[in-house]
Design a protein around this ligand. Structure first.
Ligand code: TXA
Ligand code: MG
Length: 320
């Protein structure tokens, strides 16, 4: 039965209503600094099952739990000493840590897909933080988009994909980071997903280089399926010029004639912020013009460029 999805403003009443929905097992999408999350009570298996259903997400792909404080995180995971400097420096922020799940955590098995670890993060966006404080419970939240499609960075994007399937969207405006959080496992230390916190920052904080896994066909984060973030049109990467029948997304100052540009000044942080929104716009324009391909200029892999390239590779991957 389709729901009427409520658009909630970030007001005292909005937070109260969103927290009330979560308390009854209903789903609420909310702004974070990375992308919008599709939130449900992580202790309530019915709510977590509803997240998988609303997204059409495979159940072997576990979810990230969101908390408002380190004290709250410690109810659900054990934090090793090695993680303390990262937490002190980057929480709240776009860093998810995979840590040992406490046996008494009370987190639904559906969240972890049966693993003995939990992916956990403390978001920095004031809307996410106020919602977590109002609810005061663990919120499981994948990106608020149908599985395999482009992640949402505005409330309107969430509505496009999930209207009628969830109770509410808590509007916090456009996300400023624009790509999902960086996922790091501590034991063994590994980058599981590049994201909104640059690898260089993590390495500087830890004082050592990180192994990156390397083989994208054997992902470390179980949900890292190759094809993802797929627009309707095909995607061609490292495009230094437009071919006929293409929409071109440029990067940097040398892309005259491109319909869109990730960052005129060649800034990878700006490119991350704009990536998902521009993929949506390019897809719409491609449809209007009868173009069947979106070409994207090369983006360097430094800073947030690593995450941008990861998402572009998946957008361009062969579709199942
Ligand atoms: O920025 C973000 O991280 C956003 C916002 C909403 O917080 N959330 C997000 O969630 O991107 P999602 O579900 O789209 O991505 C979660 C990723 C998946 O690739 C999943 O495989 C991985 O986290 N993951 C979850 N639990 C894990 C675990 N115990 N071990 C390894 N990877 C895990
Ligand atoms: Mg996602």
């Amino acid at each position: 039965m389709p729901l009427t999805t409520e658009l909630l403003a970030p007001t005292t009443e909005g937070y109260a209503r969103a927290a009330q929905y979560l308390g009854t097992g209903a789903l609420v999408a909310f702004a974070t600094e990375t992308v919008y999350g599709l939130g449900g009570d992580a202790r309530n298996s019915a709510a977590v099952a509803a997240i998988y259903t609303a997204k059409g997400r495979p159940r072997f792909n576990p979810l990230i739990v969101h908390v408002h404080s380190v004290e709250m995180a410690e109810r659900y995971v054990t934090i090793p000493d090695a993680a303390r400097p990262l937490i002190a420096r980057y929480w709240p922020g776009p860093l998810t840590l995979v840590l040992p799940l406490r046996p008494d955590a009370g987190i639904s098995d559906l969240v972890t897909a049966g693993l003995e670890t939990l992916a956990i993060r403390m978001p920095a966006h004031p809307v996410a933080r106020k919602l977590l404080q109002a609810f005061d419970g663990p919120v499981a939240a994948p990106s608020a988009n149908p599985s395999g499609r482009i992640s949402p960075t505005t409330a309107a994007h969430v509505m496009d994909g999930l209207s009628g399937k969830i109770a509410a969207v808590l509007d916090g405006g456009p996300c400023d980071v624009g790509v999902e959080s960086t996922i790091l496992s501590l034991d063994p230390l590994a980058l599981l997903r590049p994201g909104g916190l640059a690898l260089e920052e993590i390495e500087a904080c830890l004082g050592r280089a990180l192994p990156t896994g390397g083989d994208s066909d054997k992902p470390n984060a179980p949900g890292q399926l190759k094809s993802h973030y797929a627009p309707g049109a095909a995607v061609r990467l490292n495009a230094r010029a437009r071919q006929s029948g293409e929409i071109w997304i440029g990067f940097g100052p040398d892309c005259a004639g491109a319909e869109f540009n990730l960052s005129e000044k060649g800034d990878t942080t700006e490119a991350a912020t704009r990536l998902f929104g521009l993929l949506r716009q390019a897809d719409r324009l491609a449809q209007e013009k009868g173009a069947n391909c979106i070409a994207v200029a090369p983006v360097p892999v430094t800073g947030l460029g690593l995450a941008v390239n990861d998402r572009l590779d998946r957008a361009a991957a062969p579709r199942p």
